[in-house]
Design a protein around this ligand. Structure first.
Ligand code: MN3
Length: 388
C-alpha cells in the first residue's frame, strides 16, 4: 500500500490527486495541506482521515483546530506555516509526497522530503525551475525518484520508457499557445486578467493560467525538463499544438518520434506517477482519435511571447538566475491579477530583475532562497515605482 502526503490538497491538482487516489484504492492519505482553504480541507479530512494536516495561514490553522475538536477529529495534528508544511512533507508514515502547492513555497518541503528518502510526485514545476540543481543532486545522493505530474513531462517520461540504452536527438515539448495564440504585441497591451484566465483546453489555477497566456509556463517547463531528464536546453524544442492531444514527444537518434497522446486530463499523469511503472484502469474520458480530425503544430512566436526567451536565457546563464526569473515572474503575475500592471509589463518586470541580479553559481538552499527573496523584493520595487 502506498502512503501519501499531499502538499496542496485544496488546489486544482490536489483535488484531482485525491480523486485519482480513490480510483487506485490501495492508497492511504497520511497528510494534507492547504494555503488557507480550511473549508475544503475539513471535508477532505473527514473523508480521508489523515494523521496530520497543515495550513500555511496561522489564524486559519487555529480556526481549523477548533472546528476539528467540535467534529470529533481532535486527534488529528494541525500544524501551520512553512515549518508545518515541511512537517507534513517528512511525516514518518508516508513513503510518497505529492508536491502540488502553488509556486516556490514547495522547494524547502521537497528538499527535506528527499532527505527523508520519500519518493516525490512533482506537480509544482517551480520547485525544479528554482531548485533544479540542488533538488536533483539531493535526489541522486539519496537514491530518490522524482516522478513528473506535469502533463508534458509525464508524456516525455512515458516516451522514454524502455529506451535507457538509446540516445535522444531532442525533446519535443508541446504548448497549447494559451488564449492569446496568434495575437501580436499591439493587441496584447490592453488585455485584462479576465481575458487571460480563459484557457482554451486546460482548467487550472490562476497562476499557471496566466503563465500559459504569457507562455512563461512553457519556459518554466523547458527548465523543468532539463533537470528532470538531464538534457541540454538546446535540445528541447517548444512546439505550439493548440489541440493539446499530443502531450509531448521524444525524437531518438534514428529519427523515430515517440510521443504520448490523450485527452487533456491531469488525472492520467497523476495516476501514472502514483502507480509507475504500472498503469491502473479508470473511468476517466478516453481519446476518440477519429473525432480529433486535425492536429496542428507551429513554431512559437517568441517575439510576442518574450517570457519564453527569458526562460531560455535564464537557464543558459545558470546558477541562481532561473530562481530569479521564477520569483520575479510570480510577483509580476500576481501584480497583473491585482490590476497593478498590464499584461505586457510581466516580461518587463522579469527582465529588469534578471538584469540587476548578480548570479551565484555555487549556492546552498539558504542562498538559493535568498536570491529568490531578493528577486521578489526587487520586482515589487519596480512595480511600485512604475514600469518604464
Ligand atoms: Mn504542463
Amino acid at each position: 500500500m502506498k502512503k501519501i502526503s499531499l502538499l496542496g490538497s485544496t488546489g486544482s491538482i490536489g483535488v484531482q490527486a485525491l480523486e485519482v487516489c480513490e480510483n487506485i484504492k490501495d492508497i492511504k492519505i497520511e497528510a494534507l495541506t492547504t494555503n488557507k482553504n480550511i473549508e475544503l480541507l475539513e471535508k477532505q479530512i473527514i473523508k480521508f482521515k489523515p494523521k496530520l494536516v497543515s495550513v500555511m495561514d496561522c489564524e486559519k490553522a487555529e480556526e481549523l483546530k477548533s472546528r476539528l475538536l467540535k467534529n470529533g477529529f481532535g486527534n488529528i495534528k494541525v500544524t501551520s506555516g512553512l515549518d508545518g508544511l515541511v512537517e507534513a512533507a517528512i511525516i514518518n508514515s508516508a513513503d510518497t509526497v505529492i508536491v502540488s502547492v502553488v509556486g516556490n513555497i514547495g522547494i524547502k518541503p521537497t528538499y527535506e522530503a528527499i532527505k527523508y528518502k520519500k519518493e516525490i510526485a512533482l506537480a509544482t514545476k517551480e520547485v525544479m525551475v528554482s531548485g533544479g540543481k540542488l533538488i536533483t543532486n539531493e535526489a541522486e545522493n539519496n537514491n530518490v525518484r522524482i516522478l513528473p505530474i506535469d502533463s508534458e513531462h509525464s508524456a516525455i517520461f512515458q516516451s522514454l520508457q524502455g529506451n535507457k540504452q538509446n540516445n535522444i536527438n531532442k525533446i519535443i515539448l508541446t504548448a497549447s499557445g494559451g488564449p492569446f495564440r496568434g495575437m501580436k504585441k499591439e493587441q496584447l497591451y490592453g488585455v485584462t486578467p479576465k481575458d487571460a484566465l480563459k484557457h482554451p483546453n486546460w482548467s487550472m489555477g490562476a497562476k499557471i493560467t496566466i503563465d500559459s497566456a504569457t507562455m512563461m509556463n512553457k519556459g518554466l517547463e523547458v527548465i523543468e525538463a532539463k533537470w528532470l531528464f538531464n538534457i541540454d536546453v538546446e535540445r528541447i524544442e517548444v512546439v505550439v499544438h493548440p489541440q493539446s492531444i499530443l502531450h509531448s514527444a521524444v525524437e531518438y537518434e534514428d529519427g523515430a518520434v515517440i510521443g504520448q497522446l490523450g485527452v487533456p486530463d491531469m488525472k492520467v499523469p497523476i495516476s501514472y506517477a502514483l502507480t509507475y511503472p504500472k498503469r491502473v484502469k479508470n473511468s476517466f474520458d478516453k481519446l476518440d482519435i477519429t473525432k480529433i480530425c486535425t492536429l496542428t503544430f507551429e513554431k512559437p512566436d517568441i517575439k510576442t511571447f518574450e517570457c519564453l526567451s527569458l526562460a531560455y536565457s535564464a537557464i543558459k546563464k545558470g546558477g541562481t538566475m532561473p530562481a530569479v526569473l521564477n520569483a520575479a515572474n510570480e510577483i509580476a503575475v500576481f501584480a497583473f491579477l491585482d490590476g497593478k500592471i498590464g499584461f505586457m509589463d510581466i516580461p518587463k518586470v522579469i527582465k529588469s530583475t534578471m538584469d540587476k541580479h548578480t548570479i551565484k553559481f555555487n549556492y546552498n538552499i539558504t542562498e538559493l532562497l535568498n536570491a529568490d527573496l531578493w528577486a521578489r523584493s526587487y520586482a515589487k520595487s519596480i512595480i511600485k515605482e512604475g514600469i518604464q
